[in-house]
Ligand binder design. Structure first.
Ligand code: FMN
Ligand code: SF4
Ligand code: SF4
Length: 410
């Protein structure tokens, strides 16, 4: 059985799965449930400074899921790409209540997991106040949240709207904090990796990459945004590609640990983030929609995967995918002769491939979809859209050895 313990900034986490700062960690009860559900740590829902205290009360309702429960087979089967739009900024608590709650969480959790407080100030004075207060708590870790996707829309300089202040915030807090800390960075800046590097240079002990994007949808009848009416967080598992790229780039420029987390939906996502350099992996929406207990399922699966591959710890796989990630200029481009090949025993003649072939290379005949290989570019779109999985790409080698393929050679 592999050892799932990971160490970040000197803190030993029982496993890499972290309940992200969100509704599931709104108080000590949720934090305790997060650890009991199998997570190695919980980032408590953020405390906003008093200048952002409007965010301590929320609109109701405040969650809108797109492409979720209309998925075929729901709720037994869950989609792997959907969107959650929500407007829920921070903890209900004021300063004192927050610190009391964090203490209670740590008392309840004890040594079974890591309790991570999360702070988000509007001014440097607020950051100072909150750092001094959190120092006196039992929290194992502190996160500086400079990432809320929409808090700045309240008219204050915070979250994604305070990206330019990251180095100053980190320097100020690093000088005050007596605990290990991470800085949570917004993906909503021109180059979030540069921000992560600036945070490291300013003294960050770890970075959390990252929060969600912000956005809204429009109801075309009422002509108003759907939901509470303002922009909210806009995210979901569809964002994992963005997160993986972001973490991979950061891992090559940082020497401090990375808490990764954008679009984590299952155990494989935890492994993927580890392979591109993450030490810890947080989940927000994954826990919200699959429940606290999903962490245990994920760690069981990660353990089984490591065992099957012959690894004894996550340290052994961290960053292993990085050398395989090519620069755009390094990608092989001119593999001429690759073309689409149709398996007529599967083809239903639906013609879906025809409408997505921009090389006019497919015609549906009485035998099925026929590919004109002299027109076919080998782009692969027909293979992606075919509902019957009737299309494969044939390689030039295969073409040379199988002259009587079922594509049309005219
Ligand atoms: C409803 C909701 C509330 C959130 N509240 C906070 C918060 O208080 N502090 C914070 O740092 N991040 C907050 N987040 C962001 C999550 O911690 C996480 O960074 C984000 O959801 C991306 O991860 P995911 O793709 O796993 O959801 C919230 C997210 C959601 C969905
Ligand atoms: S999409 Fe697939 S099944 Fe439909 S015509 Fe094309 S190859 Fe045949
Ligand atoms: S691989 Fe591309 S060009 Fe060739 S038939 Fe399919 S869609 Fe058309």
């Amino acid at each position: 059985m592999a050892n799932l313990k990971v160490t970040a900034a000197g803190v030993v986490f029982p496993n890499p799965v972290i309940v992200g700062s969100a509704s599931p960690s709104m108080d000590w009860v949720g934090t305790k449930k997060g650890i009991e559900g199998g997570a190695g740590g919980v980032i408590v829902k953020s405390l906003f400074g008093d200048m952002g205290k409007l965010g301590r009360s929320f609109p109701r309702p405040r969650f809108k899921l797109y492409d979720y429960k209309d998925y075929p087979g729901y709720p037994e089967k869950l989609p792997h790409a959907f969107t959650l739009n929500s407007l829920e900024e921070c903890s209900h608590f004021g300063y004192e209540e927050y610190m009391i709650d964090v203490n209670k969480a740590k008392e309840e959790v004890g040594d079974t997991g890591i309790v991570m407080a999360s702070l988000s100030g509007v001014s440097i004075e607020e950051w100072v106040t909150m750092c001094n207060m959190v120092n006196e708590t039992k929290a194992d870790w502190v996160e500086l949240n400079v990432s809320c996707p929409f808090a700045a829309d309240m008219g204050v300089k915070m979250g994604a709207g305070a990206v330019d202040m990251c180095p100053e915030i980190v320097r100020t807090c690093a000088a005050l904090l007596k605990k290990p800390f991470s800085v949570k960075i917004s993906p909503q800046s021109q180059n979030p990796v540069d921000i992560a590097v600036a945070c490291q240079e300013a003294g960050a002990m770890a970075v959390n990459l990252s929060a969600r994007l912000s956005g809204f949808d429009i109801d075309i009848d009422t002509m108003r945004p759907i939901g509470p009416g303002a922009q909210g967080g806009w995210g979901g598992p569809y964002l994992i590609g963005y997160g993986l790229k972001f973490v991979a780039q950061a891992a090559q420029r940082l020497h401090i640990p990375i808490i990764a987390g954008l679009g984590v939906w299952d155990w494989k996502d935890v492994i993927k983030y580890t392979l591109v350099g993450a030490t810890l992996v947080q989940s927000g929406v994954g826990i919200m929609l699959q429940g606290y207990g999903v962490s245990k399922k994920w760690t069981d699966n990660i353990n089984a995967w490591l065992d099957a591959k012959g690894y004894s710890s996550l340290d052994e796989i961290r960053g292993l995918a990085l050398p395989n990630i090519l620069k755009t200029a390094e990608v092989e481009r001119a593999a001429e002769g690759i073309y689409a090949e149709v398996d007529y025993s599967k083809c239903t003649k639906c013609a879906i491939c025809v409408r997505s072939c921009f090389y006019d290379a497919i015609k549906v005949t009485k035998v099925g979809a026929v590919v004109n290989s002299s027109k076919c570019d080998g782009c692969g779109m027909c293979m992606e859209v075919c509902p019957s999985n009737a299309v494969k790409m044939a390689s030039p080698q295969r073409r040379a050895t199988t002259p009587s393929s079922n594509s049309c050679c005219s």
